[in-house]
Design a protein around this ligand. Structure first.
Ligand SMILES: [Mg+2]
Length: 190
């Protein structure tokens, strides 16, 4: 039997974009309206910056400072991808930021540095519903994609998608600390 094909999102699943931005805000003295990352309810961490000037400055920083080349790897992601690859045909599928012209290049190099075996299994696309697969593991899959796609959406646990008001609250969730079979059991649920 062929292995199931699983698409894995990059930011928020492999790369810790919000963790990086959180540290940048602390270092720059930018105040947020939450005191820990566990309290994040908004998908964009910058939406937790009450001061509009500071919020704009951090967004400009994201767009213009090539942050994607420097992101830390989320804990457990490298071992998790190795283990997942033993039982599934795994592809990284990420939507590049259209406001950062270097994003495509930097994401590709980031994958080469931290997940070298996936350089040739990297899909950069704006609409993940276009890609045929059995599952998408993503911290924020667009609802438009979910409606059209063939794949099963599994939401990667992050604070903004775990609270009761999140649109993703009732979706199946998983993260790298969970057993693999919990993830694989969701294939074919739709
Ligand atoms: Mg993401």
């Amino acid at each position: 039997m062929s292995k199931p094909k699983i698409l894995v999102d990059c930011d928020g699943v492999l790369a810790d974009l919000d963790g990086y931005l959180w540290d940048c805000c602390l270092e720059a003295g930018v105040r947020l309206d939450i005191s820990s990352r566990d309290e994040q309810t908004k998908y964009l961490l910058t939406d937790h910056i009450p001061d509009p000037w500071h919020r704009g400055a951090i967004r400009d920083f994201i767009d213009g400072s090539r942050v994607f080349k420097d992101l830390p790897v989320l804990e457990g992601a490298q071992d998790g991808m190795n283990e997942l690859s033993k039982v599934a045909d795994v592809w990284i599928c990420t939507k590049p930021l259209d406001t950062d012209r270097w994003c495509l290049y930097d994401k590709r190099n980031w994958v080469e540095k931290h997940f070298p075996e996936f350089v040739e299994k990297l899909i950069l696309c704006s609409d993940k519903s276009m890609i045929k697969a059995d599952m998408l593991l993503d911290d924020a899959p667009a609802i438009d994609w979910i409606i059209k796609a063939e794949w099963e959406p599994v939401v990667y646990n992050q604070p903004p998608n775990m609270h009761k008001k999140s649109v993703f609250y009732d979706f199946p969730h998983w993260d790298w600390s969970r057993p693999l079979n919990e993830l694989l059991n969701h294939i074919g649920e739709r």
